[in-house]
Design a protein around this ligand. Sequence first.
Ligand code: ASP
Length: 590
Amino acid sequence: MLRTHTCGELREEHIGAEVNLCGWVDTVRDHGGVIFIDLRDRYGLTQVIFDPKDSQTSWDVAQAVRGEFVIKVGGVVEARPPDMANQKLDTGSIEVRCDAITVLNESLTPPFPLDDKDAGQVSEDLRLTSRYLDLRRARMQRNLAVRHRITQSIRDYVDELGFLDVETPILTKSTPEGARDYLVPSRVVPGSFFALPQAPQQYKQLLMVAGVDRYFQVARCFRDEDLRADRQPEFTQIDMEMSFITADDIYEVVDGMLAAVMKASGHEAPSLPFPRLTYKEAMERFGSDKPDLRFGMELTELTSVFQESEFKVFRGVIEKGGVVKAINAKKLGAVPPRIIDEWTVMAKDAGLGGLAYIRVQPDGNWKSPIVKFFSEAEKEGLAMALQMEAGDLVLFAADTVDVVNIALGRLRLLAGEMAGLIQPGRFKFTWVTDFPLFERAQDGRLTPMHHPFTHPHPEDMALLDSDPLSVRAEAYDIVLNGVELGGGSIRIHDQKLQEKMFGVLGMPEEEVKDRFGHLLRGLSFGAPPHGGIALGLDRLVMLMLQEDSIRDVIAFPKTQRAMDLMMDAPAPVDAEQLRDLHIDLNLPVE
Ligand code: ASP
């Protein structure tokens, strides 16, 4: 080894020891004759002192080194004078008096400062172009290390429970998860393509057919979709599948796994089991299928209060079968009119005709353009249902139940944020269960809400033909602070039911055979009842570290335009490669 210790290791107990350290020059400070170098590696920072009285040669070299040079230093560990100790550094009570220095490699001047405090000023594109430098920053080193610890804690946990880590192919066939595929042309079979997996879904189900019983994989998945801050074209899932289980077993396994993750990332262990809400309840109470449970401000149903109302807007909606609901945004009674205007625009975007509100003034009087239409009984009913007090702001929505829930769900988040109720550092997990099996696509067709392998809720089987949109699925999501961490389902293990499912979705038999013949065949050889889940690892790590972007927890992420700026990918290839792949780029563009 070139070194005896790392740059984060030396303490008072090492005083007097002869050591060798290697690392990068973080800073050089010339204090009139004495030079200090902060030497950095993944483990920390150590102050090295050069004095021409100790070694003129070393002092000369020290004077010539620049930031990011890689050096080796040899010397003796000394106590820092008490007034020079640095409490913020683990190595802050010592320094190394250097009598031998070797430059192991020089460095160009980095294109941006590697200090965490300056990182915010640097454009992300610049950081990503020289990611190997960006990753030298302490914060990114911490992120990589915590990501490793989280993954390791998951591996240990599932290993304990008897899960087998099985790798599934990257070159495979399209499997529907609702995104576009990344395709790889085949050289051997002209005109044919592999798809990169959007998820190992069918493989893991077929592993259950194979008797693997408990499967797990840290699986790379690929989805060609428009990117947002928390999406990447390639991302990592904690992918799991279990045989002979019910949804409750999945909840229990994942509860324990997330508790281990919380511990591994230095947070307090959460209390288990995590709460469970049905999709219906989540929509009704929080207006979201991924409710943020860090605060209340629940949606309150007021339809019965306004059944006979003189206020035509409410009564009209109710007469047409719609609903009236409201949230009480506590303590926001004095928000500026500008905010109400912004929220009104948002409410209209969500489909509402407008946003009605009441400000409860400090003296308890209600200020609102609509209360004059309310009867005494209505006012009383309202005040009671919403427990209105001085300083509150009540926001109403009246429309079909779906529009009302979604609009109030969004307003709830904005109001919660404004009232300071969404506090960082708090972690509220919840399960959302019993999702609908189907939804209507934009073209009016029935599509699976999750994927077509999801088992219908046993109580709703009879509705599959008569009223498919009201069929619930044995599908669940795990949600943290309003973010979907992952989802899964009990699967269809009966080949006939799977065929029926494709039928309900209106898939022609030929297409079913082409796309899913292998799965149907697999299911017909004694497939056990099974189910599973996949959790987005990148997002999980991001939330544990309280970072804003998943790009900050992925070593080499792609940009919002799905480019790797460091490797300059994607990139054109030469004509010969294209010929080998039977690709003609000069085909007319349609
Ligand atoms: N394959 C699903 C997904 O990637 C998750 C699952 O159902 O296990 O979203």
